[in-house]
Each structure stands twice: as structure tokens, then as C-alpha cells.
Design a protein around this ligand. Sequence first.
Ligand code: ATP
Length: 454
Amino acid sequence: MAVSDSNGMKDIVALCKRRGIIYPSSEIYGGFANTWDYGPYGVLLKNNVKAAWWETMVKHRSDIVGLDSAILMNPKVWEASGHVTAFTDPMVDCKQCKRRFKADDIVDDPSTSRTSGTGRRCPECKGELTDAQQFNLMFQTNVGPVASENVTYLRPETAQGIFVNFKNVLDSTRVKLPFGIAQIGKAFRNEITPGNFTFRTLEFEQCELEYFVEPEKAEESFKYWVKEREKWYHTFGINSAKLRIKAHDKSDLAHYALSVSDVEYEFPFGWSELEGIANRGDYDLTQHAKFSGQTIDYTDDEGKKLVPYVIEPSGGIDRATLAFLVDAYVKEQVSRSAGQQVSEGNEERILLRLHPKLAPIKAAILPLVKKEPVVEIAKKLYEELRKEFFVEYDESGTVGKRYRRQDEIGTPYCFTIDFESVDDEAVTVRDRDSMEQERIPISSVADFLRKKLQ
Ligand code: ATP
């Protein structure tokens, strides 16, 4: 990442607010802890991240189908999955400053253990901590008017909606092993220590695939998906030096997981998980069969019945979006180039080098003068392009300022129209990253964009 400030995330958070990408939620009321709203450009960016995932995982594959299951589910689902009893974090409070922490995040401090007899002190004020209490991360709610009745939960992951629909998908489509069911949707976790901008929030979107395979092929499939998922982040622009795979030690795995690896990204606050890939064996289908009393299995072509194993790549759309933003952020000095028909000046610029497919706005149409027939040509081009692409028209201020604005929201191409366009029926296209400018016929602009967005 090319962030030049020492605070890491500060510049990105400021850019996101300034340019309508991400705002603090409920800001006029002082905000609401670790919830964020995606602004006009942020929603386009996030939708593009979802579309990129969906295209790769569903549209371009004949072995994966999609699903959109409900957020509220029968509470038995969460008993079967183990979330009611085991989806907990140990929590500690500081008796002095009253801050709350995940007990796992507290490291022993040898300087305090010598004086107080315990090495576990508040990381903020070194105060004494309470004993750890288990805290369930699920948001509980009630269906119907009586507060104590009909308890259920906001789903903490989308995966269970897939498992409980395994039989439905099998019975209503022509899927055959190996096959996957993919889903993007909201999930909710009452995180004790949310933070790092949109990295850890209470409400977030997940993108999950449950890929069902014959048990003996599970490890091979697991390895395949680890590579595929790392490749996806790289394909959509993330610098491969900032990506790594971290395999979990077998001794650290949950009892049902046979193998787990995370795709990690080097954020300014350190290497952190973008996505986890797990070989979950037949745990989930077996649990739901047990709790529902239904038979959940698969019959192969020879009539043999089996419970498939499942490989689960489980990612977060908000985390992926944040990684794409952080990785695309560049602050650089603009140097005057002889090749520029329109001078860019000699100043600092901030840009988001987003992959064109992820960029919220694909092109800006900028008339160089506010005079006819230049404006008319520019508006005609804009009207034509916006039938197919998210584009912007901007005629106010100097062209240099207009370029800077587009750079900051990651618009890959700007088309300028001038008096020459009247005679040569051409426009100048300016590339966001290289700032190189090229003259192309107006009639080829839509095709130019189509090719770049392939
Ligand atoms: P972490 O260790 O960071 O809490 P996790 O291992 O609990 O993550 P999973 O349960 O595997 O996460 O969830 C799959 C993915 O969902 C994560 O890799 C992440 O991208 C996303 N995710 C999970 N919790 C959050 C959260 N609170 N905010 C944003 N994204 C999240």
C-alpha cells in the first residue's frame, strides 16, 4: 500500500468521508459504535465487489448455484450448528477505566506481573481486570409481541442457510457431486472489540460458498479452493506481496474442522484475515439431520448413499472492499508531462488505483470549455454512455481539479471534449494511473470502455 501517513488508516478514512465512499453511521447523533454507512460511491464499489465475487463463483461456473436465504431462521438451526452453546468469546472488563476487551487479546505484561502477581492487566490503563466471562456473539431478538417468547437470532453467518437448504437444492435442481451453493448476505455479530474502520463491525456482509464433495476428495478440493480464493483477490487488483495464506495448526482447529487456511492481507494495522477456507467434513449436514430428524444425504449414480464433506471458503464483502481500497490508495507527486494535451500541473494527487471493474464510476465526461457546441457534444456522449455504464458529467472548475476529484474516487478514464472535437469528431481520453492522454474517435468511446471492463 502506498499510504504515506504514519497513522495507516487515517488518510483512507478521511478520503472515504470526503468523497462519499463510507460515512460513520448515525453521525448527526454522534455516531454508533463501529457501524458504517456506504455513501453514493461506496455502494457502487461494494456492489461491484459483490458482482466480482458472484461472477467468479456462480456465473462463470457450471458446478455452483446461488441462494438467498432469510436472516431470521428457526432457532433450532443455531442449536444444531453449535452457535447457541459455543459461539462465544471470553470477555474481561477493566475495573479502573471500565473498558471491555476480548480476553484472547490481552497479552501477559511481565512488568506488571512482577509487581501485582498477575500479568494480565488492562492494555489501556494497566488497571486490574475482572475474571473472564463467556459472552455469546449472537444478537438475540423476539418474533411477535411478547418479549420473552419466540426467541431467535440475527444470523451470525450465512452458511447455515445453505446447509438447511441442501435437500431443497438437491431435489429441485440437477446438481451432482461435486457442487457448490453460494450466497452473499448480511450477518450480525455482537463483537466485543470491533474496530479498524470497516474491518470488524457489528453488521457486515459475508460471501460464502459451501462446496460439497465426496469425502475422499475433500482434501484435494480444500487445497484447490485455497489457491482459487487467493487468486481472486489478486485478479481484482490486490498486490500479491500483500497477500498470504496462513494455515492453521491442526491442534488449534475446532473439533469438526479437518483443515483451515486463511487468506490474509497486510493492512496498515498488520496481517489480518480476509477470508477463511475450511474442510468441515460432514459435521454440518450430520448435525442438521440429527436436530431436524430428517435424512440429509446424497445418492450417487450407483445408488450408494453418502453424506458429502464440505469445503467452505467464507469471506467478508466489507473486509474485501476495505482491502481493495487500502491497496488502491496512492499519494504521489504529479510531474508535468510533455505528452499531456491538457496540463496536469505540478502538485500532489491522491488516487485510488482500483481495478476498472471495481471502480464506482467508469468514466467522466469533461467539456474543456462551457461553450456550445462543445457542451452539446459532451452531454450527448454522456447520455449515450450512461445507458450502459456508471459515468459522470462535470463541467465546473478547472480541468485539473476535475481530474483530481475523479482520481480520488478511482475513475479509470476521463474523456475531455474541446473545440477540436467539433471538427475531428474525436475526444481525449486520459488514463487515471499513467495520466497519459490519447485522442480517439467519439464513436469508439463505448467500445473502448467495454474492452477495458472485460
Ligand atoms: P475474525 O477471526 O476476524 O473474527 P472469524 O474467523 O470469526 O474472523 P469467520 O467466522 O470465519 O470469521 O467469518 C468469515 C469471514 O466473515 C471473515 O473472514 C471476515 O471476512 C468476515 N467477518 C467475520 N466477522 C466479521 C466482522 N465482525 N466484521 C466484518 N467482517 C467479518
